[in-house]
Ligand binder design. Sequence first.
Ligand code: ZN
Length: 160
Amino acid sequence: MDDLNDKKSIFVIYVQNPAEIGSRRATKAILHVRLNRDYNEILSDNSKPRSELIDDAITGMKLGEPFPEENGANKVFMSIECNCARCGGGLSIYNCPECGIEFDGGHLRSGWDVPLSVKMVAYLEEHGFKFVIDPILARQHEKSRYEYSMRRLAARKGNL
Ligand SMILES: [Zn+2]
């Protein structure tokens, strides 16, 4: 679970309660995730929903503590993202689409729609984290969006 030789990129995920964004209490966990794939490669891979691709690439996780390669000369590519502490869904720039909770978007966040992966949820729960809504729902919604976009892509190809 912690092999330094296959490090390629790091995700730092702020797990935040959307109802508390704007206050210092919003961040419930900071999850550092080491992947054995380049993030750009994951972005261009359409073989599975993104949380599943990320899950397959996880080689280590830490809570609230960086990996050595996040700093210094051997620094690898890092991406900072925010997910919902209630449901595990990806936080957009102004809401949690899963929970329907909106917040002031005037904060530093890029927004994404990728839910916490199976391994991330298991790791957080092992460390005492409790979700309000089962994170499996956010992953099912991601899967539906993925299947819809793949059907659209196939239909477009069929028209050529
Ligand atoms: Zn949520």
